[in-house]
Design a protein around this ligand. Structure first.
Ligand code: ATP
Ligand code: MG
Length: 566
């Protein structure tokens, strides 16, 4: 591929619209261009990277026994009505009408379509297990499309859906996919972790997210440095609090705390630490108020609360909702005399002689104790894990790191097959719903995540397996016959042997060729310039380490093969 003939519109300046490094670099290196909010065109180099990722994904999915299909992007709304998701999916689902006034939508995911395909074509346990996948453009009308390919509205996803006849078989399929995902991200050359994710109503450890580790990631991962435990924040658990020695209960006392509503203000006023206060927060769970008790320095993890309550939606109550539900202004709420259902984070049970709101404006109680002063009937782990917490499996201190979700595997059970009446006959002739699983990879997001993880101030640093090309040859003497002949002959020879090479044959200053080569992040750079004219030497430089070696031109082919096909 010749730089002079290829559409690689590099930019010197950082585009102002881009906030994160992968977005900036993809625009600057001419990998992508924006068409409209969250919608991008892939230029030649961007597409080459995507194709390499897709190839790895395809090979591993095929090796795991999945079959490739390609499903329609335009889907009838009726199918979504049948599964019950037409309402539930909300505005991320782009809906429209065709010329016959038929309601349609653009596929954000394909559970409905695949379940429909299978219910119409698979009727016996003999055809199972069945695992179907596609690599296709998805559309989600994201509320905040941002960060370029990281969160687009139109993006490329690999989605697979499995159908099994028994729970054991479904579990085996799940494990196969988990293994395939490990292979995929390892082969892509990325540092990643699989973390346990929330399964909502399904339960069990049947959902894992694959996270590329990067400081700029949107997600927080909880990782045990000693054992295998890893989870996302929604799911992360920790060791229960130690049951410390009981101290003598002090008498409950009401104290005036004028205008002190926030934990910080109350504890400062009372000269106690936030660990000696229990705060009472009101949440609206599907529109009904619930009081949550929590140690002062802790935070509620809303998904844990939602699962515990079995609610569809949980939101922090507004001050007005608080007052309407309890008759007490927020800031002075407390468990004593609380009129609405109450649930306590389990850490509260380990506390003694703590402060609480008095349930009355401008007052708190000190030296409150569970059991004596108020009862809690329901307790659960409801809080956000912090770095002070200990691993639930081995007790080691937990680490929090940032990551980017690139893949998600999920056991669906019979949710969709029951809703859409997708059934098969088992070996006894009994009708049963398929047991399903779904498995996604954000192919375009993988490219962005790879850059977030691998870059420096000069540009991208592609891992070799997913780099658009492994090698760039710089001809630094386009007007010098000797140099040009050498660069051109090497280029043709390597291309003939099937290696993708970018030849920078532009009539540009060496400085700008070096700058562009760094920006594009191509793993190896070969410079044919003055040293070749004088001494017959070319320079081979590794982008990642910055190391370079001068080698005689005659030896360069062998060296390149060694490095690129180790
Ligand atoms: P997120 O929490 O990031 O919104 P999700 O839970 O909606 O992701 P899934 O429905 O599990 O994602 O989709 C499978 C994969 O598709 C994700 O793991 C992610 O890599 C990718 N993906 C999801 N939404 C987008 C998007 N808007 N742009 C690019 N990739 C995406
Ligand atoms: Mg999403």
């Amino acid at each position: 591929m010749r730089f002079s003939q290829t559409l690689i519109p590099t930019l010197r300046e950082n585009p102002s619209e881009a906030e994160v490094v992968s977005h900036k670099l993809m625009l600057r290196a001419g990998f992508i261009r924006k068409l409209s909010s969250g919608v991008y065109s892939y230029l030649p180099l961007g597409l080459m990277t995507l194709r390499h990722i897709e190839k790895i994904v395809r090979e591993e999915m095929n090796a795991a026994g999945a079959q490739e299909v390609l499903l329609p992007m335009v889907q009838p709304a009726d199918l979504w009505r049948e599964s019950g998701r037409l309402q539930k999916y909300g505005p991320e689902l782009l809906r429209f009408r065709d010329r016959h006034e038929r309601e349609s939508c653009l596929g954000p995911t394909h559970e409905e379509v695949i379940t429909d395909l299978v219910r119409n074509n698979v009727h016996s346990y003999r055809a199972l297990p069945l695992n179907l996948y596609q690599i296709q453009t998805k559309f989600r009308d994201e509320i905040r499309p941002r960060f370029g390919l990281m969160r687009g509205r139109e993006f490329i996803m690999k989605d697979a859906y499995s159908f099994d006849d028994t729970d054991e078989a479904a579990q085996l399929t799940y494990e196969k996919m988990r293994y395939a995902y490990h292979r995929i991200f390892t082969r892509c050359g990325l540092a990643f972790r699989a973390v346990e994710a929330d399964t909502g109503t399904i339960g069990g450890s049947f959902s894992h997210e694959f996270m590329v580790l990067a400081d700029t990631g949107e997600d927080t991962l909880v990782i045990c440095p000693k054992c295998s435990y890893a989870a996302n924040m929604e799911k992360a658990a920790c060791m229960p609090p130690p049951t410390g020695e009981k101290v003598a209960e002090k008498p409950l006392a009401k104290v005036e705390t004028p205008g002190k509503r926030k934990v910080g203000a109350v504890t400062e006023f009372l000269r106690i630490s936030a660990k000696e206060l229990v705060k009472t927060m009101i949440f609206m769970a599907d529109g009904k108020p619930v009081a949550v008790l929590l140690r002062g320095d802790h935070e509620v993890q809303p998904v844990k609360l939602q699962n515990f309550l079995g609610a569809v939606e949980v939101e922090l109550a507004t001050d007005q909702e608080c007052f309407t539900a309890t008759g007490v202004p927020s800031g002075y709420l407390g468990p004593i005399g609380m009129k609405i259902p109450m649930v306590a984070d389990r850490e509260v049970l380990a506390m003694q002689n703590f402060a609480i709101g008095a349930g009355e404006k401008n007052y708190h109680f000190i030296n409150a104790n569970v059991g004596r002063d108020f009862q809690v009937e329901r307790t659960a782990d409801l809080r956000l894990i912090t770095e002070d917490d200990r691993c639930p499996l081995c007790g080691a201190g937990l680490n929090l790191t940032r990551g980017i979700e690139v893949g998600h595997i999920f056991k669906l059970g019979t949710n969709y097959s029951e809703a859409l009446h997708a059934v098969f006959l088992d070996s006894n002739g009994q009708e049963k719903p398929f047991i399903m699983g779904c498995y996604g990879i954000g192919v375009s997001r993988v490219a962005a995540a790879a850059i977030e993880q691998n870059h420096d101030k000069d540009g991208m640093i592609w891992p070799l397996p997913i780099a658009p090309l492994p090698l760039i040859i710089l001809n630094l003497g386009v007007n010098d016959e000797k140099i040009t002949t050498a660069a051109e002959s090497l280029y043709s020879e390597l291309e003939e042997q099937g290696m993708d090479v970018l030849l920078d044959d532009r009539d540009e200053r060496p400085g700008s060729k070096f700058k562009d080569a760094d920006l594009l992040g191509i793993p190896y750079r070969l410079t044919v310039g003055k040293k070749f004219a004088k001494e017959g030497l070319v320079e081979l430089r590794t982008r990642k380490t910055g190391e370079s070696v001068d080698i005689p031109f005659a030896e360069v082919r062998d060296k390149i093969y060694q490095m690129i096909n180790p």
